[in-house]
Design a binder for this molecule. Structure first.
Ligand SMILES: [Ca+2]
Length: 301
């Protein structure tokens, strides 16, 4: 049983500094044992003795943590998301650094005692940018969106790509802003979308570092509907019900007061209507829009 220090995946091909692995070991075999650990630092699929193996003597009667120490290993290989580790424990003299696998004939590779454990160590990814603020606001009196964001630190950051969507699902790049690069101080950025769509606009930032890694900001929403307020009228309704200023990608649902779904369909953006003449006299619930807005509805049809 071993625990692992995090390995920063954005530092592939560079030295990662001192690396220790703590392995919990019991040895009540009556003789001393050897603990050997291998980590495939160079990503060739081989646990090699040279540079990748560390070993430690485990006296008889041991029950605790033994630390294997790598001084300053370098992880190499591109597009890796992690690496592999193996640990073997056997009676002293039955394994050595050249025997990571059972089938290695160069040593007593199939020891009569002990055990072997394999691990995958996923790399952690350090985000290029720490975003502390991201806002979207309407420019006063104009159909334009002002985006503003602030970072507290940046590591190898390249740029911010501004993405926009009308449905929070399909996104388009609408612009980009160069980033500070490396900084431990706060930086502010802004971007104006001069052509937002009428209706709902979602915005997010795609932060890119110089190695091509990306991360996304939270999403912000701005509504440039002709009147951001959706209205349902007339109420009570006899035949045709009108719903105004319907945002994009709205689902309409008509329910009975007992929750029975009577109608469900996507609404047209902007303006919608429902023929209520076929519904019995009584009360209904109309659900629409983002966040399940509801109107109580009386039908006299
Ligand atoms: Ca290797």
């Amino acid at each position: 049983m071993a625990s692992f220090q995090a390995i920063n995946g954005s530092s592939v091909s560079t030295a990662i500094g001192p690396y220790d692995v703590n392995v919990r070991v019991q040895n009540f075999s009556g003789s001393s044992a050897t603990l050997i650990g291998w980590i495939d630092w160079n990503n060739d699929g081989i646990f090699s003795a040279l540079g990748e193996a560390r070993q430690i003597l485990v006296p008889d009667g041991s029950n605790g943590i033994f630390t294997l120490h790598w001084g300053n290993p370098t992880i190499t290989g591109s597009a890796r998301t992690g690496t592999y580790a193996r640990f073997r424990l056997a009676q002293f003299g039955q394994i050595n650094a050249n025997t990571p696998a059972n089938n290695n004939p160069s040593f007593n590779a199939s020891p009569l005692t002990g055990e072997v454990e394999d691990y995958y160590i996923p790399f952690t990814v350090i985000l290029p940018v720490t975003l502390i603020e991201f806002t979207a606001t309407k420019a006063s009196g104009q159909q334009k969106t002002d985006l503003y964001w602030q970072t507290s630190s940046e590591q190898n950051s390249k740029n911010f790509i501004i993405e926009r969507s009308i449905d929070d699902n399909t996104w388009s790049d609408i612009g980009n802003v160069a980033a500070a690069g490396n900084s431990s101080s706060s930086h502010s950025y802004s971007y104006t979308d001069n052509k937002p769509v009428t209706g709902i606009n979602y915005y997010r930032l795609r932060q890119t570092d110089i190695n091509g890694k990306t991360s996304y900001s939270d999403t912000r929403l701005i509504n440039f509907g002709s009147n951001a307020k959706t209205a349902v009228l007339p109420n009570p309704v006899k035949d045709r019900l009108y719903i105004t200023n319907v945002p994009a990608n709205t689902q309409l649902r008509l329910l009975g007061t007992d929750g029975t779904m009577l109608l469900q369909r996507p609404a047209l953006q902007g303006s919608e209507s429902l023929d209520m003449s076929g519904y019995a006299h009584g009360f209904y619930i109309l659900q629409y829009g983002i966040g399940q807005r509801e109107s109580g509805l009386a039908a006299s049809g």
